[in-house]
Design a protein around this ligand. Structure first.
Ligand code: SF4
Length: 258
């Protein structure tokens, strides 16, 4: 599933309510430095034909137009969310676009939260870090505490270590949402499961180290490019949430979307 417009939706998000999406990636392609086996946009290799990114001005104009139309219809969103066909922080003008979006939100939709769904690979870059600190909800992904599982599940396209990302996440001082997708299945003939007791125990250590103000647990919802994957049951997700709650000494909000 690809988003063919710069602004899409509004969609009803399990996690964010009525959310207007911003796609900073190609309209007919995918650009990501992960290649998650569950990615709703499909495999990177299947969508490399389009490299055209929207310019900062195009994003600003498109968002302004959409928000003005929504204002006229009295249907304002709960969230304005950077997501779309890949990793939004890869856009070279991401920090400037964040400034534009916040300004437009303030002018046209002050009740809406500005959110960014990110795989957290670039949070070590100072400009990206500062931009993510400006938005209401930086939502950062870590699907496993084990590098080997991340290699299976997320297939990073460059150098990636969980320890390196955790170190950068600690700079947020808890002011972010941690999102983790739990699943099990078989990929390339190898079983994978990031919800085993050992996986969850190690992941809980990361949660305790980074102390995010919000923790979002979810599982598969739509079609995935790898075919032998299984979602967790709502009971299984709730059992993991209960383990988070048991060590949640800093009062994080725990969201479960099963
Ligand atoms: S990080 Fe997001 S966009 Fe990138 S491959 Fe994974 S699910 Fe898809």
């Amino acid at each position: 599933m690809l988003f063919s417009d710069i602004i899409f939706g509004p969609l009803h998000s399990r996690r964010l309510g009525v959310s207007l999406g911003i796609n900073l990636l190609p309209a007919h392609g995918k650009w990501c430095n992960f290649d998650c086996i569950y990615c709703e946009c499909g495999w990177n290799a299947d969508h490399r034909h389009d490299h055209q990114l929207p310019a900062r001005e195009q994003v600003r104009d498109a968002l302004q137009q959409t928000l003005q139309t929504m204002q006229q219809q009295a249907q304002m969103p709960n969230a304005i969310t950077f997501s779309g066909n890949g990793e939004p922080t890869l856009h070279p003008q991401f920090p400037e676009i964040v400034d534009d979006v916040i300004a437009l939100r303030n002018a046209c939709a002050p009740q809406a939260q500005v959110c960014v769904l990110s795989n957290a690979t670039l949070i070590g870059r100072e400009a990206i870090f500062r931009a993510l600190q400006k938005v209401d909800k930086p939502i950062l992904k870590i699907d496993s505490a084990l590098d080997a599982t991340v290699q299976q599940l997320n297939q990073p396209q460059g150098v990636y270590t969980v320890a390196g990302v955790v170190e950068q996440m600690q700079r947020f001082d808890g002011q972010f949402s941690l999102q983790t997708l739990f699943l099990r299945g078989i990929y390339h003939g190898v079983a994978l499961d990031n919800s085993t007791p050992d996986e969850v125990q190690r992941w809980l250590r990361i949660v305790a180290q980074t102390r995010p103000r919000e923790i979002m647990l979810y599982t598969l919802d739509r079609h995935t490019p790898a075919h032998r994957l299984q979602k967790l049951s709502p009971e299984e997700l709730r059992a993991i949430a209960a383990q988070v709650q048991a060590c949640n000494t800093w009062g994080a909000v725990i969201q479960v979307a099963g």
